[in-house]
Design a protein around this ligand. Structure first.
Ligand code: AHR
Length: 516
Protein backbone atom coordinates (compact mmCIF):
# COMPACT_ATOMS: atom_id res chain seq x y z
CA UNK A 1 0.00 0.00 0.00
CA UNK A 2 1.35 3.42 -0.94
CA UNK A 3 2.47 5.69 1.91
CA UNK A 4 0.03 8.35 3.05
CA UNK A 5 1.73 11.76 3.08
CA UNK A 6 0.56 14.43 5.49
CA UNK A 7 1.73 18.01 5.63
CA UNK A 8 1.10 20.29 8.63
CA UNK A 9 2.48 23.73 9.46
CA UNK A 10 2.35 25.43 12.84
CA UNK A 11 1.28 28.73 11.28
CA UNK A 12 -1.72 27.35 9.39
CA UNK A 13 -4.55 26.86 11.83
CA UNK A 14 -8.25 26.19 11.34
CA UNK A 15 -9.13 27.64 14.71
CA UNK A 16 -9.04 27.25 18.47
CA UNK A 17 -11.38 24.60 19.88
CA UNK A 18 -14.12 25.94 22.11
CA UNK A 19 -14.39 24.00 25.39
CA UNK A 20 -18.04 23.40 24.52
CA UNK A 21 -17.05 21.29 21.49
CA UNK A 22 -16.70 18.33 23.84
CA UNK A 23 -20.23 18.20 25.25
CA UNK A 24 -22.77 15.42 25.73
CA UNK A 25 -26.48 15.07 26.36
CA UNK A 26 -28.79 13.77 29.10
CA UNK A 27 -32.44 13.30 28.14
CA UNK A 28 -35.35 11.93 30.12
CA UNK A 29 -35.30 8.87 27.90
CA UNK A 30 -35.28 5.23 28.92
CA UNK A 31 -32.64 4.60 31.57
CA UNK A 32 -30.47 7.63 30.87
CA UNK A 33 -31.53 9.49 34.01
CA UNK A 34 -33.36 6.85 36.08
CA UNK A 35 -31.10 3.84 36.59
CA UNK A 36 -28.36 5.69 34.73
CA UNK A 37 -26.87 8.71 36.41
CA UNK A 38 -29.55 8.76 39.14
CA UNK A 39 -30.34 5.67 41.14
CA UNK A 40 -31.09 6.17 44.85
CA UNK A 41 -30.32 2.98 46.69
CA UNK A 42 -27.53 1.94 44.33
CA UNK A 43 -24.46 0.83 46.36
CA UNK A 44 -22.42 3.72 44.94
CA UNK A 45 -25.15 6.40 45.14
CA UNK A 46 -24.63 9.52 47.22
CA UNK A 47 -27.24 11.24 49.40
CA UNK A 48 -28.83 12.77 46.30
CA UNK A 49 -29.06 9.45 44.51
CA UNK A 50 -26.24 10.20 42.02
CA UNK A 51 -24.43 7.00 41.08
CA UNK A 52 -20.75 7.33 42.07
CA UNK A 53 -19.57 4.72 39.57
CA UNK A 54 -21.25 6.64 36.73
CA UNK A 55 -19.80 9.95 37.93
CA UNK A 56 -16.36 8.37 37.95
CA UNK A 57 -16.71 7.21 34.34
CA UNK A 58 -18.15 10.59 33.32
CA UNK A 59 -15.07 12.31 34.75
CA UNK A 60 -12.88 9.93 32.74
CA UNK A 61 -14.94 10.55 29.59
CA UNK A 62 -14.51 14.30 30.25
CA UNK A 63 -17.49 15.98 28.57
CA UNK A 64 -17.47 19.72 29.15
CA UNK A 65 -21.09 20.77 28.74
CA UNK A 66 -24.30 18.74 29.17
CA UNK A 67 -27.55 19.34 27.29
CA UNK A 68 -30.78 18.61 29.23
CA UNK A 69 -33.68 17.58 29.48
CA UNK A 70 -34.26 16.72 25.75
CA UNK A 71 -34.42 15.96 22.95
CA UNK A 72 -37.91 14.99 21.94
CA UNK A 73 -38.85 14.87 25.63
CA UNK A 74 -38.50 18.62 26.08
CA UNK A 75 -41.22 19.39 23.53
CA UNK A 76 -43.86 18.18 25.99
CA UNK A 77 -42.09 19.01 29.27
CA UNK A 78 -43.52 21.31 31.89
CA UNK A 79 -40.44 22.36 33.82
CA UNK A 80 -42.56 23.23 36.84
CA UNK A 81 -43.27 19.48 37.26
CA UNK A 82 -39.62 18.82 38.05
CA UNK A 83 -39.02 21.34 40.86
CA UNK A 84 -40.19 21.54 44.49
CA UNK A 85 -40.81 18.74 46.99
CA UNK A 86 -40.28 15.43 45.21
CA UNK A 87 -43.29 13.74 46.84
CA UNK A 88 -45.55 16.41 45.38
CA UNK A 89 -44.29 16.15 41.81
CA UNK A 90 -46.78 14.77 39.29
CA UNK A 91 -46.40 11.56 37.34
CA UNK A 92 -47.05 12.22 33.67
CA UNK A 93 -47.24 10.44 30.35
CA UNK A 94 -44.25 11.21 28.17
CA UNK A 95 -45.43 11.16 24.57
CA UNK A 96 -41.90 11.37 23.18
CA UNK A 97 -40.89 7.92 24.42
CA UNK A 98 -44.30 6.46 25.37
CA UNK A 99 -43.28 6.07 28.98
CA UNK A 100 -44.22 7.37 32.42
CA UNK A 101 -42.22 10.26 33.89
CA UNK A 102 -42.03 10.38 37.69
CA UNK A 103 -40.31 13.78 37.81
CA UNK A 104 -38.18 12.61 40.75
CA UNK A 105 -35.24 14.21 38.92
CA UNK A 106 -35.62 17.74 37.57
CA UNK A 107 -33.76 20.94 36.78
CA UNK A 108 -32.24 21.55 40.24
CA UNK A 109 -31.04 17.97 40.57
CA UNK A 110 -29.52 18.22 37.10
CA UNK A 111 -27.63 21.38 38.05
CA UNK A 112 -26.30 19.71 41.19
CA UNK A 113 -25.27 16.65 39.17
CA UNK A 114 -23.39 18.89 36.70
CA UNK A 115 -21.61 20.63 39.54
CA UNK A 116 -20.64 17.24 41.01
CA UNK A 117 -19.29 16.20 37.61
CA UNK A 118 -17.56 19.54 36.91
CA UNK A 119 -19.62 20.12 33.76
CA UNK A 120 -21.35 23.24 32.41
CA UNK A 121 -25.15 22.79 32.24
CA UNK A 122 -27.03 23.56 29.01
CA UNK A 123 -30.83 23.77 29.18
CA UNK A 124 -33.36 23.35 26.40
CA UNK A 125 -36.76 25.04 26.68
CA UNK A 126 -40.05 23.61 25.46
CA UNK A 127 -41.15 25.44 22.32
CA UNK A 128 -43.45 22.56 21.29
CA UNK A 129 -46.39 22.48 23.69
CA UNK A 130 -45.23 25.59 25.60
CA UNK A 131 -44.18 29.06 24.58
CA UNK A 132 -41.88 31.98 25.23
CA UNK A 133 -43.58 32.81 28.50
CA UNK A 134 -42.77 29.41 30.03
CA UNK A 135 -39.20 29.80 28.75
CA UNK A 136 -38.63 33.24 30.26
CA UNK A 137 -40.13 32.00 33.55
CA UNK A 138 -37.60 29.14 33.58
CA UNK A 139 -34.74 31.59 32.99
CA UNK A 140 -35.99 33.72 35.87
CA UNK A 141 -36.36 30.65 38.12
CA UNK A 142 -32.82 29.49 37.32
CA UNK A 143 -30.78 32.64 36.88
CA UNK A 144 -32.39 35.55 38.74
CA UNK A 145 -30.81 36.12 42.15
CA UNK A 146 -33.96 36.70 44.24
CA UNK A 147 -36.77 39.04 45.30
CA UNK A 148 -39.21 37.89 42.60
CA UNK A 149 -41.79 35.15 42.87
CA UNK A 150 -39.91 32.69 40.65
CA UNK A 151 -36.40 33.32 41.95
CA UNK A 152 -37.71 33.13 45.51
CA UNK A 153 -39.39 29.86 44.62
CA UNK A 154 -35.99 28.44 43.65
CA UNK A 155 -34.59 29.68 46.94
CA UNK A 156 -37.51 28.13 48.83
CA UNK A 157 -36.81 24.88 46.99
CA UNK A 158 -33.32 24.84 48.52
CA UNK A 159 -31.11 26.58 45.93
CA UNK A 160 -30.33 30.07 47.33
CA UNK A 161 -27.77 30.90 44.65
CA UNK A 162 -28.75 31.41 41.00
CA UNK A 163 -27.74 28.54 38.73
CA UNK A 164 -26.15 30.88 36.18
CA UNK A 165 -27.03 28.72 33.17
CA UNK A 166 -25.45 30.40 30.13
CA UNK A 167 -26.32 28.20 27.16
CA UNK A 168 -29.98 27.65 26.21
CA UNK A 169 -31.56 25.77 23.29
CA UNK A 170 -34.74 27.25 21.83
CA UNK A 171 -36.65 23.97 21.57
CA UNK A 172 -35.61 20.74 19.88
CA UNK A 173 -35.90 19.46 16.28
CA UNK A 174 -38.95 21.60 15.62
CA UNK A 175 -38.84 20.65 11.92
CA UNK A 176 -39.57 16.97 12.65
CA UNK A 177 -43.07 15.48 12.38
CA UNK A 178 -42.17 13.16 15.29
CA UNK A 179 -41.94 16.19 17.54
CA UNK A 180 -44.80 17.28 19.80
CA UNK A 181 -46.22 20.33 18.07
CA UNK A 182 -43.91 20.41 15.04
CA UNK A 183 -43.69 23.84 13.44
CA UNK A 184 -43.18 25.26 10.01
CA UNK A 185 -40.04 27.38 9.75
CA UNK A 186 -42.21 30.52 9.83
CA UNK A 187 -44.09 29.41 12.93
CA UNK A 188 -40.93 28.34 14.72
CA UNK A 189 -38.94 31.40 13.66
CA UNK A 190 -41.60 33.73 15.08
CA UNK A 191 -42.00 31.74 18.30
CA UNK A 192 -38.27 31.36 18.88
CA UNK A 193 -37.70 35.09 18.35
CA UNK A 194 -40.30 36.06 20.92
CA UNK A 195 -38.97 33.52 23.40
CA UNK A 196 -35.39 34.70 22.81
CA UNK A 197 -36.28 38.35 23.40
CA UNK A 198 -37.94 37.68 26.73
CA UNK A 199 -35.30 35.20 27.91
CA UNK A 200 -32.55 37.75 27.22
CA UNK A 201 -34.52 40.56 28.83
CA UNK A 202 -34.54 38.46 32.02
CA UNK A 203 -30.83 37.59 31.70
CA UNK A 204 -28.84 39.40 28.98
CA UNK A 205 -25.78 37.26 29.62
CA UNK A 206 -27.28 34.07 28.17
CA UNK A 207 -26.45 32.57 24.76
CA UNK A 208 -29.10 31.01 22.57
CA UNK A 209 -29.21 28.29 19.94
CA UNK A 210 -32.05 28.21 17.42
CA UNK A 211 -33.14 24.85 16.01
CA UNK A 212 -31.63 24.13 12.63
CA UNK A 213 -32.51 21.02 10.65
CA UNK A 214 -32.68 17.80 12.58
CA UNK A 215 -30.79 16.10 9.78
CA UNK A 216 -29.24 16.71 6.39
CA UNK A 217 -31.90 14.49 4.82
CA UNK A 218 -34.83 16.58 6.02
CA UNK A 219 -36.86 17.78 3.03
CA UNK A 220 -36.82 21.32 4.42
CA UNK A 221 -33.04 21.42 4.99
CA UNK A 222 -31.74 24.74 3.70
CA UNK A 223 -34.99 26.64 3.48
CA UNK A 224 -35.55 25.90 7.18
CA UNK A 225 -32.26 27.54 8.22
CA UNK A 226 -32.89 30.47 5.92
CA UNK A 227 -36.39 31.25 7.19
CA UNK A 228 -35.61 30.57 10.85
CA UNK A 229 -32.60 32.88 10.75
CA UNK A 230 -34.52 35.58 8.89
CA UNK A 231 -36.55 35.77 12.11
CA UNK A 232 -33.99 34.97 14.79
CA UNK A 233 -30.70 36.33 13.39
CA UNK A 234 -30.42 39.27 15.79
CA UNK A 235 -31.41 37.23 18.82
CA UNK A 236 -29.31 34.06 18.70
CA UNK A 237 -25.63 33.12 18.71
CA UNK A 238 -25.98 29.54 17.44
CA UNK A 239 -27.95 27.33 15.09
CA UNK A 240 -28.16 23.60 15.80
CA UNK A 241 -27.58 20.57 13.58
CA UNK A 242 -27.99 16.86 14.30
CA UNK A 243 -26.58 13.69 12.74
CA UNK A 244 -26.84 10.01 13.58
CA UNK A 245 -24.57 7.83 11.45
CA UNK A 246 -25.99 4.44 10.49
CA UNK A 247 -25.00 1.10 9.05
CA UNK A 248 -28.48 -0.12 8.12
CA UNK A 249 -27.03 -1.34 4.83
CA UNK A 250 -24.37 -3.47 6.53
CA UNK A 251 -21.78 -1.81 4.29
CA UNK A 252 -18.77 -1.20 6.50
CA UNK A 253 -16.80 0.87 3.98
CA UNK A 254 -19.75 3.19 3.40
CA UNK A 255 -20.43 3.45 7.13
CA UNK A 256 -16.81 4.45 7.81
CA UNK A 257 -17.04 7.01 5.00
CA UNK A 258 -20.19 8.56 6.46
CA UNK A 259 -18.47 11.03 8.83
CA UNK A 260 -17.34 12.83 5.65
CA UNK A 261 -20.99 13.73 5.12
CA UNK A 262 -20.86 15.50 8.50
CA UNK A 263 -18.09 17.64 7.00
CA UNK A 264 -20.38 18.48 4.08
CA UNK A 265 -23.33 19.16 6.38
CA UNK A 266 -21.25 21.59 8.44
CA UNK A 267 -19.94 23.37 5.34
CA UNK A 268 -23.47 23.66 3.98
CA UNK A 269 -24.92 25.06 7.21
CA UNK A 270 -22.07 27.58 7.40
CA UNK A 271 -22.87 28.68 3.84
CA UNK A 272 -26.57 28.97 4.65
CA UNK A 273 -26.15 31.03 7.81
CA UNK A 274 -23.51 33.26 6.23
CA UNK A 275 -25.86 33.90 3.30
CA UNK A 276 -28.40 35.29 5.75
CA UNK A 277 -25.66 37.49 7.23
CA UNK A 278 -24.63 38.62 3.74
CA UNK A 279 -28.18 39.63 2.85
CA UNK A 280 -28.17 41.83 5.95
CA UNK A 281 -24.66 43.20 5.28
CA UNK A 282 -23.91 41.91 8.77
CA UNK A 283 -20.49 41.00 10.13
CA UNK A 284 -22.13 38.82 12.77
CA UNK A 285 -21.24 35.15 12.45
CA UNK A 286 -23.78 32.61 13.68
CA UNK A 287 -21.89 29.66 15.15
CA UNK A 288 -22.88 26.01 14.89
CA UNK A 289 -24.04 23.88 17.79
CA UNK A 290 -23.84 20.24 16.70
CA UNK A 291 -25.91 19.41 19.73
CA UNK A 292 -26.78 15.82 18.80
CA UNK A 293 -24.34 13.49 17.06
CA UNK A 294 -23.57 9.82 17.36
CA UNK A 295 -23.94 6.43 15.68
CA UNK A 296 -27.53 5.12 16.01
CA UNK A 297 -29.42 2.57 13.95
CA UNK A 298 -30.08 -0.71 15.77
CA UNK A 299 -32.69 0.77 18.11
CA UNK A 300 -33.88 3.71 16.07
CA UNK A 301 -37.13 2.55 14.52
CA UNK A 302 -40.28 1.59 16.40
CA UNK A 303 -39.87 -2.00 15.24
CA UNK A 304 -36.38 -2.03 16.76
CA UNK A 305 -37.49 -1.45 20.35
CA UNK A 306 -37.68 2.33 20.23
CA UNK A 307 -40.60 2.23 22.68
CA UNK A 308 -42.17 -0.39 24.95
CA UNK A 309 -45.85 -1.06 25.53
CA UNK A 310 -47.66 -0.29 28.80
CA UNK A 311 -46.22 3.18 29.58
CA UNK A 312 -43.34 1.85 31.73
CA UNK A 313 -41.14 4.05 33.93
CA UNK A 314 -37.55 4.23 32.61
CA UNK A 315 -37.88 1.41 30.05
CA UNK A 316 -34.84 -0.25 28.49
CA UNK A 317 -35.09 1.55 25.17
CA UNK A 318 -32.46 2.80 22.73
CA UNK A 319 -29.90 0.64 24.52
CA UNK A 320 -27.67 0.42 21.47
CA UNK A 321 -24.71 -1.91 21.98
CA UNK A 322 -21.74 -0.40 20.15
CA UNK A 323 -19.11 -2.53 18.48
CA UNK A 324 -15.60 -1.88 17.21
CA UNK A 325 -16.85 -0.78 13.79
CA UNK A 326 -19.13 1.81 15.43
CA UNK A 327 -16.16 3.17 17.39
CA UNK A 328 -14.32 3.76 14.10
CA UNK A 329 -17.19 5.69 12.49
CA UNK A 330 -17.57 7.57 15.77
CA UNK A 331 -13.88 8.50 15.74
CA UNK A 332 -14.33 9.80 12.19
CA UNK A 333 -17.08 12.08 13.51
CA UNK A 334 -14.72 13.41 16.21
CA UNK A 335 -12.22 14.28 13.46
CA UNK A 336 -14.94 16.06 11.44
CA UNK A 337 -15.85 18.19 14.45
CA UNK A 338 -12.21 19.10 15.18
CA UNK A 339 -11.59 20.06 11.57
CA UNK A 340 -14.45 22.58 11.79
CA UNK A 341 -13.46 24.09 15.12
CA UNK A 342 -13.68 27.58 13.65
CA UNK A 343 -17.48 27.38 13.25
CA UNK A 344 -18.66 24.44 15.34
CA UNK A 345 -18.35 26.05 18.73
CA UNK A 346 -20.48 23.56 20.59
CA UNK A 347 -21.26 19.87 20.10
CA UNK A 348 -23.03 17.24 22.20
CA UNK A 349 -22.57 13.51 21.95
CA UNK A 350 -26.10 12.08 22.17
CA UNK A 351 -26.34 10.70 24.75
CA UNK A 352 -24.48 9.89 28.01
CA UNK A 353 -25.78 6.82 29.85
CA UNK A 354 -27.64 3.71 28.62
CA UNK A 355 -29.65 5.35 25.81
CA UNK A 356 -27.35 5.46 22.72
CA UNK A 357 -24.54 6.04 25.16
CA UNK A 358 -20.84 5.57 25.84
CA UNK A 359 -21.63 4.42 29.40
CA UNK A 360 -23.84 1.43 30.24
CA UNK A 361 -25.18 0.45 33.63
CA UNK A 362 -26.99 -2.44 35.18
CA UNK A 363 -29.67 -1.29 37.57
CA UNK A 364 -28.30 -2.16 41.01
CA UNK A 365 -25.11 -3.44 39.35
CA UNK A 366 -21.94 -2.17 37.68
CA UNK A 367 -21.28 0.50 35.04
CA UNK A 368 -18.95 -0.01 32.07
CA UNK A 369 -17.50 1.68 28.98
CA UNK A 370 -18.91 0.98 25.52
CA UNK A 371 -16.50 0.95 22.55
CA UNK A 372 -17.35 4.55 21.59
CA UNK A 373 -16.29 5.73 25.05
CA UNK A 374 -12.65 5.53 24.06
CA UNK A 375 -12.50 7.79 20.99
CA UNK A 376 -14.63 10.35 22.81
CA UNK A 377 -12.33 10.37 25.85
CA UNK A 378 -9.31 10.85 23.54
CA UNK A 379 -11.12 13.60 21.62
CA UNK A 380 -12.06 15.48 24.78
CA UNK A 381 -8.85 15.05 26.73
CA UNK A 382 -6.36 15.58 23.92
CA UNK A 383 -8.38 17.61 21.39
CA UNK A 384 -8.24 20.99 23.04
CA UNK A 385 -6.14 23.70 21.47
CA UNK A 386 -5.44 25.07 17.98
CA UNK A 387 -6.57 22.73 15.24
CA UNK A 388 -3.95 22.79 12.50
CA UNK A 389 -4.79 22.53 8.82
CA UNK A 390 -3.58 19.15 7.53
CA UNK A 391 -3.05 18.28 3.87
CA UNK A 392 -3.60 14.54 3.59
CA UNK A 393 -2.57 12.74 0.41
CA UNK A 394 -4.16 9.35 0.88
CA UNK A 395 -5.32 6.67 -1.53
CA UNK A 396 -9.08 6.75 -1.82
CA UNK A 397 -12.03 4.41 -2.30
CA UNK A 398 -15.59 4.91 -3.43
CA UNK A 399 -18.70 4.08 -1.45
CA UNK A 400 -22.42 4.76 -1.41
CA UNK A 401 -23.90 5.59 1.97
CA UNK A 402 -27.60 5.08 2.63
CA UNK A 403 -29.55 7.30 4.98
CA UNK A 404 -33.25 6.84 5.61
CA UNK A 405 -35.74 9.67 5.37
CA UNK A 406 -38.97 8.33 6.86
CA UNK A 407 -39.64 5.17 4.85
CA UNK A 408 -37.54 6.35 1.88
CA UNK A 409 -33.90 5.38 1.46
CA UNK A 410 -31.61 8.13 0.22
CA UNK A 411 -28.34 7.16 -1.43
CA UNK A 412 -25.26 9.36 -1.13
CA UNK A 413 -22.43 8.39 -3.52
CA UNK A 414 -19.00 9.20 -2.10
CA UNK A 415 -16.63 8.81 -5.06
CA UNK A 416 -13.34 9.65 -3.34
CA UNK A 417 -13.09 8.75 0.31
CA UNK A 418 -9.52 9.03 1.62
CA UNK A 419 -8.63 5.87 3.53
CA UNK A 420 -6.95 8.05 6.14
CA UNK A 421 -8.90 10.76 7.93
CA UNK A 422 -6.88 12.96 10.26
CA UNK A 423 -7.01 15.96 12.60
CA UNK A 424 -4.05 17.68 14.27
CA UNK A 425 -4.33 19.77 17.43
CA UNK A 426 -1.63 21.95 18.97
CA UNK A 427 -1.91 22.55 22.69
CA UNK A 428 0.54 25.38 23.28
CA UNK A 429 0.32 25.38 27.08
CA UNK A 430 0.71 21.60 27.23
CA UNK A 431 3.49 21.72 24.58
CA UNK A 432 1.86 18.93 22.67
CA UNK A 433 0.73 18.23 19.15
CA UNK A 434 -1.86 15.45 19.00
CA UNK A 435 -2.75 13.60 15.81
CA UNK A 436 -6.08 11.78 15.60
CA UNK A 437 -5.88 9.32 12.73
CA UNK A 438 -8.48 6.91 11.38
CA UNK A 439 -7.42 4.16 8.99
CA UNK A 440 -10.56 3.12 7.11
CA UNK A 441 -8.87 0.42 5.09
CA UNK A 442 -10.44 -2.82 6.26
CA UNK A 443 -7.57 -5.18 5.53
CA UNK A 444 -4.43 -3.25 4.73
CA UNK A 445 -2.01 -1.56 7.11
CA UNK A 446 -1.37 2.04 6.08
CA UNK A 447 2.16 3.50 6.24
CA UNK A 448 1.98 7.21 7.05
CA UNK A 449 4.64 9.92 6.78
CA UNK A 450 3.73 13.17 8.52
CA UNK A 451 5.73 16.34 8.01
CA UNK A 452 5.06 18.83 10.83
CA UNK A 453 6.77 22.17 10.26
CA UNK A 454 7.43 24.98 12.71
CA UNK A 455 7.94 23.05 15.93
CA UNK A 456 11.58 22.04 15.58
CA UNK A 457 12.30 18.68 17.08
CA UNK A 458 9.25 16.65 18.08
CA UNK A 459 9.44 13.82 20.57
CA UNK A 460 7.00 10.97 20.85
CA UNK A 461 5.01 11.29 24.07
CA UNK A 462 2.42 8.56 23.64
CA UNK A 463 0.87 6.55 20.83
CA UNK A 464 -2.42 4.68 21.23
CA UNK A 465 -4.54 2.57 18.96
CA UNK A 466 -8.06 1.17 19.21
CA UNK A 467 -8.54 -1.89 17.03
CA UNK A 468 -9.82 -5.44 17.12
CA UNK A 469 -9.55 -8.21 14.57
CA UNK A 470 -13.28 -8.66 15.00
CA UNK A 471 -15.13 -5.49 13.97
CA UNK A 472 -18.23 -6.79 15.72
CA UNK A 473 -16.46 -7.02 19.10
CA UNK A 474 -18.33 -5.33 21.96
CA UNK A 475 -17.86 -4.56 25.64
CA UNK A 476 -20.28 -6.16 28.08
CA UNK A 477 -20.81 -6.30 31.82
CA UNK A 478 -18.92 -9.63 31.84
CA UNK A 479 -16.13 -8.43 29.51
CA UNK A 480 -16.08 -4.65 29.98
CA UNK A 481 -12.60 -4.18 28.51
CA UNK A 482 -12.73 -6.43 25.48
CA UNK A 483 -12.33 -3.33 23.28
CA UNK A 484 -9.97 -0.81 24.78
CA UNK A 485 -7.00 1.25 23.62
CA UNK A 486 -3.56 -0.28 23.52
CA UNK A 487 -0.13 1.03 22.60
CA UNK A 488 0.55 1.78 18.94
CA UNK A 489 3.96 0.29 18.34
CA UNK A 490 6.61 1.40 15.87
CA UNK A 491 5.94 5.15 15.75
CA UNK A 492 9.09 7.16 15.07
CA UNK A 493 9.49 10.92 15.51
CA UNK A 494 12.54 12.26 13.65
CA UNK A 495 12.96 16.03 13.81
CA UNK A 496 9.67 17.31 12.45
CA UNK A 497 8.67 14.03 10.82
CA UNK A 498 6.53 11.29 12.21
CA UNK A 499 6.51 7.84 10.66
CA UNK A 500 4.05 5.12 11.58
CA UNK A 501 2.11 2.19 10.22
CA UNK A 502 -1.58 2.20 11.03
CA UNK A 503 -3.31 -1.13 11.48
CA UNK A 504 -6.27 -1.86 9.21
CA UNK A 505 -9.57 -0.51 10.58
CA UNK A 506 -7.98 1.38 13.44
CA UNK A 507 -8.38 4.58 15.45
CA UNK A 508 -5.00 6.06 16.40
CA UNK A 509 -3.85 8.86 18.67
CA UNK A 510 -0.24 10.04 18.37
CA UNK A 511 0.91 12.62 20.92
CA UNK A 512 4.11 14.56 20.34
CA UNK A 513 5.98 16.81 22.75
CA UNK A 514 7.12 20.11 21.25
CA UNK A 515 10.43 21.66 22.25
CA UNK A 516 10.29 24.34 24.96
O1 AHR B 1 -31.19 11.42 20.98
C1 AHR B 1 -32.37 10.74 20.70
C2 AHR B 1 -33.38 11.61 19.98
O2 AHR B 1 -32.92 11.88 18.69
C3 AHR B 1 -33.62 12.98 20.56
O3 AHR B 1 -34.56 12.96 21.58
C4 AHR B 1 -34.11 13.74 19.38
O4 AHR B 1 -33.83 15.11 19.48
C5 AHR B 1 -33.46 13.07 18.19
O5 AHR B 1 -34.37 12.79 17.20
Amino acid sequence: MQTVKVSIDRTFAIGETDPRLFGAFVEHLGRCVYGGLYEPGHPTADAQGFRGDVLELVRELAPTIMRYPGGNFVSGYDWEDGVGPVDQRPRRLDLAWMSKETNAFGTNEFIDWCRAAGIEPMLAVNLGTRDGDAARRLVEYCNFPGDTELSDLRRAHGWPEPHGVKFWCLGNEMDGPWQMETKTAEEYGRKATEAAKMMKWVDPSIELAACGSSGRTMPTFGTWEDTVLEHTFDHVEFISLHTYLNDYAGDTEAFLASPDLMDSFIDEVVALVDAVAARRRSAKRIMLSFDEWNVWYRTRRRSEGRTKLGWPVAPEILEEIYNMKDALAFGGACISLLNHADRVRCACLAQLVNAIAPIMTETGGPAWRQTIFHPFAHFSKFGRGRVLRAEVASPTYSATYHDPRGTADLAFPLPEVPYVKLAAVHDDAGRTVTLFVLNRHLDQPMPIDIDIRGFGNLELKEALELRDDDLSAINTKEAPDRVRPGALAGVRAEGGRVLATLAPASWNVIRLATAG
